[in-house]
Design a protein around this ligand. Structure first.
Ligand SMILES: *[C@@H]1O[C@H](CO)[C@@H](O)[C@H](O)[C@H]1NC(C)=O
Ligand SMILES: *[C@@H]1O[C@H](CO)[C@@H](O)[C@H](O)[C@H]1NC(C)=O
Ligand SMILES: *[C@@H]1O[C@H](CO)[C@@H](O)[C@H](O)[C@H]1NC(C)=O
Ligand SMILES: *[C@@H]1O[C@H](CO)[C@@H](O)[C@H](O)[C@H]1NC(C)=O
Ligand SMILES: *[C@@H]1O[C@H](CO)[C@@H](O)[C@H](O)[C@H]1NC(C)=O
Ligand SMILES: *[C@@H]1O[C@H](CO)[C@@H](O)[C@H](O)[C@H]1NC(C)=O
Ligand SMILES: *[C@@H]1O[C@H](CO)[C@@H](O)[C@H](O)[C@H]1NC(C)=O
Ligand SMILES: [Zn+2]
Length: 505
């Protein structure tokens, strides 16, 4: 009743119940509406003005989403491995597949192409050898001569011979496939009970496909095939995080890093010539964060040289591998400060905050990435827990590359409605949606992640304007020059208008 005493004038018109419940009178519905509108306008796409056709498409999308959200088996609430088939039947998903999504800014070199292609196409090529490791994984090599045995691996067998011997080659092919992806038909919670288990399997899977994809002819075809899969998914531009490993020939000779980067450039040119409505791709050179400071210093030197020699194709530099196990950015501060100390340009695109270890050294990566002037942040899953880093990221327009399926599969979040990007999208924090390692997760391209973002943490409030802004963000926050961005945006806009006119009824 204290409230009555303080503001007696209001009590005159209100019944006791209302006063106790919430204030002095029933909230004004117009005021309420204004607040709802205010909040809606703050979200990603909240300021986007839709054309008539876009509004019709948006209405359609809204209906679809309302139907999807009441489903008992709501895909974003489930593990992606179980949800994938459901998602494929979703009308929203088929619309998202057709939608021009702009660029994919966070994708890794050897998880672009579905593993079925690797098995059905690559392992059937001649001179392919395989061995079995002592912990039930496999390794490959192409060689004109019988290759020297690897430690902790059985003697090499020519795959052609093995296939002739086994009773059922389909079973063999499936087991090869199973070694190169995390995707499984079994219960993912049982197969991967912890982050440690799934990260170990993850690194093993890369080892398994390594000998295939670093063989020069396959390396080219793999990348071309990767571009094809993203292009087919209506992605027009790619920024690829690439390890630029030594690529080998059949006779065992190897190529250097510059050759690998040049090959990416050539294949990209070829692909763009074959598909004029594809804008292109740029490379972010990456190194595993398990290395020590002296190796890092050497690699940063190399990166600066590549950046100077290949300014068109080289976008910058990043560290990969599990943050929780690798060394924090701060450990590498000397090496990572070399470019700025020498007045040399080397943009950074650091993975940071892909962790739930609040308060640890690793958890400081977000702030350190910003202190090192990162251009974007890979994942930034932990960002909402760091108000200072969050404010800096917003102020400087350092966008997060949000990869929903990756975060779920690697066990940072179960139900994608609870992804931290929900709060970030609600306030239009600079971010893009990407797919990280689609082939590892049994996904492909970008549409599955767009689905999880739009239907999952976007909730019922995200709309066509949100999708439009996310696509535009992928160009806005790319490493392209302002002029290139203008051209890319114009190309995207033409495709977008076509998409809207073909799907709005
Ligand atoms: C394998 O891929 C290459 C390059 O994409 C293609 O030219 C070839 O026809 C494919 N082979 C098979 C057997 O699918
Ligand atoms: C399996 O063996 C490889 C070496 O052959 C090793 O690097 C890897 O850590 C092992 N993985 C597990 C899960 O034991
Ligand atoms: C081989 O195994 C697959 C899957 O286990 C099965 O569907 C197929 O019928 C088998 N083929 C033969 C020839 O036995
Ligand atoms: C990997 O390949 C080996 C050998 O074929 C097989 O025993 C094992 O089950 C495979 N692992 C997976 C996860 O499929
Ligand atoms: C090995 O093969 C590559 C590519 O076919 C060729 O350019 C190179 O000269 C060969 N090297 C040797 C030592 O035969
Ligand atoms: C750093 O790692 C490299 C390669 O593993 C090794 O040769 C070198 O001795 C290491 N340096 C230090 C200081 O530990
Ligand atoms: C980051 O940018 C600030 C401000 O421009 C500059 O003072 C600092 O040296 C830069 N640091 C690095 C590591 O690039
Ligand atoms: Zn990544």
């Amino acid at each position: 009743m204290a409230i009555l005493l303080q503001r007696p004038h209001a009590a005159v018109t209100c019944v006791l119940l209302f006063c106790v419940a919430g204030g002095l009178s029933m909230p004004d519905p117009r005021h309420r509406e204004a607040l709802i509108q205010l909040e809606a306008s703050m979200q990603t796409g909240g300021q986007v003005v839709l054309t008539d056709a876009e509004q019709r498409l948006d209405t359609l999308l809204f209906q679809m989403k309302q139907e999807e959200i009441v489903r008992a088996d709501f895909p974003p609430a489930m593990h992606f491995f179980k949800a994938r088939d459901l998602i494929r039947t979703s009308p929203i998903f088929s619309l998202l597949q057709k939608m021009p999504k702009g660029g994919a800014l966070h994708v890794h070199d050897f998880a672009m192409v579905d593993v079925e292609w690797l098995v059905k196409n690559v392992t059937y090529r001649p001179h392919c050898y395989m061995c079995f490791t002592d912990n039930r994984s496999i390794r490959f090599i192409f060689s004109s001569r019988w290759p020297k045995a690897l430690p902790r691996c059985s003697p090499w067998t020519l795959l052609e011979h093995l296939r002739a011997e086994v009773v059922n080659t389909t079973d063999l092919d499936n087991s090869i496939m199973g070694n190169m992806t995390l995707f499984t038909d079994q219960d993912p919670e049982t197969v991967y009970p912890s982050q440690d288990v799934i990260w170990d399997t993850f690194e093993q899977a890369f080892q398994a496909l390594w000998g295939l994809v670093t063989y020069a002819p396959v390396f080219r075809d793999y990348y071309y095939q990767g571009l094809t899969q993203f292009y087919m998914d209506n992605v027009m531009y790619l920024e690829l995080r690439a390890l630029l490993p030594q690529i080998y020939e059949l006779n065992g000779s190897t190529h250097d890093t510059a050759w690998t980067l040049k090959t990416y450039q050539e294949v990209t040119r070829q692909f763009t010539a074959d598909h004029p409505d594809f804008f292109g791709a740029r490379i972010i050179f990456t190194i595993h964060r398990g290395v020590n400071a002296s190796v890092m210093a050497r690699v940063v030197e190399e990166a600066m040289k590549l950046q100077r020699d290949f300014p068109d194709v080289m976008a910058g530099f990043d560290l990969v591998g599990r943050e929780d196990r690798g060394r924090p950015l701060w450990y590498f501060r000397d090496a990572l400060s070399l470019p700025v100390e020498r007045g040399v340009t080397l943009p950074f695109f650091f993975h940071a905050g892909e962790t739930d270890l609040e308060g640890t050294e690793v958890d400081q990566n977000l702030l350190d990435a910003l202190l090192l002037n990162t251009s974007r942040i890979g994942h930034g899953f932990a960002l909402p827990r760091h108000p200072v880093a969050k404010a800096l990221s917003r102020k400087r327009g350092v966008a997060l590359e949000v990869c929903p399926i990756s975060n779920q599969v690697l066990k940072l979040v179960n139900d994608l409605r609870n992804h931290p990007a929900a709060a970030l999208m609600a306030e239009n924090h600079p971010l893009v949606i990407s797919s990280d390692d689609p082939a590892m997760f049994g996904a492909s391209g970008l549409s599955y992640d767009f689905y999880e973002a739009f239907v999952g943490f976007g909730g019922i409030s995200s709309h066509l304007g949100s999708l439009k802004e996310l696509a535009i963000n992928s160009i806005r926050y790319s490493s392209l020059t302002p002029k290139q961005k203008e051209r890319a945006l114009a190309l995207w806009q033409r495709r977008w208008d076509k998409f809207v006119s073909e799907n709005a009824f």
